[in-house]
Design a protein around this ligand. Sequence first.
Ligand code: MN
Length: 282
Amino acid sequence: MPTFGAHAFIWVGDWTSETGGEAIAAAARAGVDLLEIPMLRPERFDAALTKAQLDEHGLGAICSLVLPREAHLPEHPEEALRFLRLALDQVEAVGATFLGGVLFAHLGYLTGVPPTPAERETCAEILREVARYAGDKGITLGLEPVNRYETYLFNTIADTLALIDAIGADNVTIHADTYHMNIEEPGFRGPIEAARGRLGCIHCSESDRGVPGQGNVHWDEVFEGLRAIAYEGPLVLESFAAINPDLAGATCMWRTPSYSSDELAREGMAFLRERAAAVGMA
Ligand code: MN
C-alpha cells in the first residue's frame, strides 16, 4: 500500500524553525502520512526540533533538495559532495530514510548546450560516493529528472535510469514527477513501467503545478503504470502554493495561485487517494 505525502512548499515559502513547525501542523491537519521537507540549507536545519515536531503530530518525513549554484555537480563536484554529505547528516538526524530531488544540478541553470559525456561521468562518480555515504546511514537516494527548461543534464526517466546504472548502487532510485513527465515523456505509463523496481518516489504534480485532476496530466495512465509495477512508495503532492523565493525563479512561478494551500491539499489528496483506490492500490 502506498503512502501519501505532501511537500512543505504547499504551505510555506521557506523552511525555517518557525515555518517548518507551521508546515508540519498543516500537513497533519491535511491527514497525510508524511511531509516532504526541503533540505535546501542543511547548514541551518534544526533536525532535533523538526524531529520532535514530527513525532508530536505522528507524521513521517522524506527530504529533498536541489543543489545551490556554487555546488552545481558537474562544475563543482567537491562542493556538491560536501553539500550532499551535510544534507544526508541532517536527513539521518531528522529520522528520515529518503533523500530525493535534483541531487545533480542547480535548478534553472542551463549551459546552452547538451550535457557532455564528461559532465555525466562526473555526476555518476560523485553520486556513487554520495550513495555509499547514504547507504551507511540506511538512506535511499532518489534522482529526479526535471524538464529541459530547468536543467540540461537529465530530463527523462530513461536518461536517469542510465545514470543509475552508471552509479551502480542499489540504494539509488528514480524520483519521478508527473509535471516534468508531462513535458518530457511520450506518455506516462511506459516510463513508469520502465522504472519497475527502481521507482523510489513520485511527485504527483498537475501540468500547471496546481490541483491534481484539474489539468492535462493523464492520471489514468499514471495510476495504471503504478499499479502495473506494484508501486508501494510515497505518492507526494508537490505544488508551490506558497512561493519560495529560491524556487520561483527556477520554476518560473510568477502568478499567485487561485486556490489556498489548504484547498490544494484537501482537493489534491482526495483526488490521489480516490485514483489509487480505483486501481486497487489502496
Ligand atoms: Mn518534483
